[in-house]
Ligand binder design. Structure first.
Ligand SMILES: [Zn+2]
Length: 507
């Protein structure tokens, strides 16, 4: 059997002013042809899952393109055209094929295309025709659309946030594909999109959240006869597009009514839990004071509104500013992305004390630049191997990096990175000579992915309410294109009908 694969993955924050162009994709290395797979062998990744499935099920896995960029702003149309062109070219060049297995995200937005994955899947479908199965994984934060569902035979989302089950979901997609090819199953989809658009934190699955409850319910339903797969997509609220928000996608084995019934059951539960989708973070000053007063660390101060995994500027300064104001010590900040400051530190050299303005430079949404004086303690090329539960074994790069020591040894260690970074692995500190276990406070620019690696070492996690474009307070965003009313942005008791009624009306 000959099965073609490809990866085009991006989560687009439409409030970001950083276009996700080929240069942004290039920071994680765009791969073409056989290179697109080789580097993932043995890692915790979807690509490795497909490689292992190919070995087990004895099919040829034909690579085309691998492109994944750190979340950021809208993808320029020519960038999407280039990447999709490589995928289609690869499929065409493969000749006779039995299936296509993709790795897509589900919340990518390009100029003029709010549903990139729908566009990609439709383009692939048009090329391979109706008979060749097309399947893909999707991220838990996918803003799933009918167009995606219509164009694919099977789409399966992650069950975890932090996403630690990407390998398992990749295997599931590949294994189910074998059953589709052998005629054993006929996936039949039902997608429900209730008027819910939660912020990210209630989607975390390492604690009791509405999302955790829905995923547990989905796993129960999956055990029932005739059900192939149940995915709950929390959606990505920072894509200001019509389909933004929660989605429930159920595949039955050739039974549309059953799929619809089960999808509605999950949606009903999502509505019952609706007050749990509202999230309030802790004001910055209160959070830092609490961390300073704590008897022991590490206390995580999560700068959730400037999350590298959510497409923010990555140079937010509010938490650092308050740390400095309050004279905090034994605090490590990961990280502020500031290429200009990096240049200055490198020019000054290791051991030099330097004063400058850092951060707050990319836009006006992540705080003002803050003045610091610190010693350049380390200059680093910026690459390391990930050791935590996410993307284990993969090489990570943050561009060139500098550690600045503010207030002498034991003061504030500020990591500056050239690229926007997303600390969700202890190596973000250890690779740069900082032992996170020894620090009282760790500031992490991450909405929730940090939890997989850092919850086990943290005495406490405090989600901090600093400014930024992944803030859980959705009322701060100038939405123009999302559906209204939508919860929790709109208080809806009077306007939104009961889920059953809402579903029936769409019939
Ligand atoms: Zn995600």
């Amino acid at each position: 059997m000959r099965i073609v694969t490809g990866t085009i993955s991006h989560e687009t924050n439409t409030f970001s002013n950083i276009p996700t162009d080929l240069e942004e994709f290039g920071k994680q290395g765009i791969s073409l042809g056989s290179d697109a797979l080789a580097r993932f062998a043995g890692t915790n990744s979807i690509e490795a899952a497909y490689l292992d499935a190919a070995r087990q099920h004895r099919f040829d896995l034909i690579p085309t393109v691998w492109a994944s960029a750190i979340p950021g702003g809208v993808i320029p149309r020519d960038t999407l055209d280039f990447l999709l062109g490589k995928l289609l070219e690869g499929i065409r060049a493969a000749g006779r094929i039995d299936a296509v297995v993709l790795h897509l995200h589900g919340a990518a937005v390009a100029t003029g295309i709010e549903d990139v994955e729908g566009f990609v899947l439709e383009s692939v479908r048009r090329l391979v025709g109706p008979e060749v199965p097309v399947v893909s994984t999707l991220d838990l934060h996918a803003n799933v659309t009918e167009r995606m569902v219509r164009s694919a035979d099977l789409l399966i989302g992650y069950d975890t946030y932090p996403h630690v089950d990407v390998y398992e979901r990749g295997r599931e997609v590949a294994d189910r594909l074998m059953e589709i090819l052998s005629g054993k199953i006929k996936p039949t989809a039902a997608l429900e999109k209730p008027a819910l658009m939660p912020p990210l934190q209630p989607m975390v699955t390492t604690m009791d959240t509405p999302m955790k409850a829905l995923i547990d319910l989905a796993r129960e339903i999956e055990k029932e006869t005739g059900i192939i797969s149940v995915s709950v997509f929390g959606g990505f609220p920072f894509s200001d597009i019509e389909p933004a928000g929660l989605g429930v996608l159920v595949y039955s084995d050739n039974d549309p009514g059953l799929a619809r019934e089960k999808a509605r059951a999950v949606v009903r539960r999502a509505w019952e839990l609706r007050e749990g989708w509202v999230y309030r973070a802790v004001p910055v000053r209160e959070a830092v004071e609490r961390a300073m007063k704590a008897p022991a660390g590490p206390i995580i101060l999560a700068d959730i509104a400037d999350s590298g995994a959510g497409g923010t500027a990555g140079d937010g300064t509010e938490v650092l500013r308050v740390l400095l104001q309050l004279g905090a010590r034994s605090a490590a900040v990961c990280s502020i992305s500031d290429p200009e400051a990096i240049e200055r530190c490198i020019a000054a050299g290791v051991g030099t004390v330097i004063s400058m303005m850092v951060g707050g430079k990319r836009d006006k949404l992540h705080g003002e630049p803050v003045e610091i004086t610190g010693k350049v303690r380390l200059i680093h090329e910026g690459s390391f191997i990930r050791k935590g539960p996410q993307k284990t074994g993969q090489v990570q790069t943050v561009g060139r990096a500098v550690v600045l020591e503010i207030g002498g040894i034991g003061g504030i260690e500020l990591m500056l990175t050239e690229h926007r970074a997303h600390p969700n692995d202890l190596e973000y500190f250890r690779a740069f000579g900082i032992e996170p276990l020894d620090r009282k406070m760790l500031v992490l620019k991450s909405a929730a992915h940090f939890r997989a690696a850092f919850e086990p070492i943290a005495k406490e996690v405090i989600d901090v309410d600093a400014p930024g474009i992944t803030s859980p307070d959705l009322a701060r965003f100038p939405f123009q294109h999302i559906r209204r009313p939508i919860f929790p942005l709109d208080r809806f008791e009077e306007v939104v009908p009961e889920p059953d009624a809402a579903a029936n009306e769409r019939e």
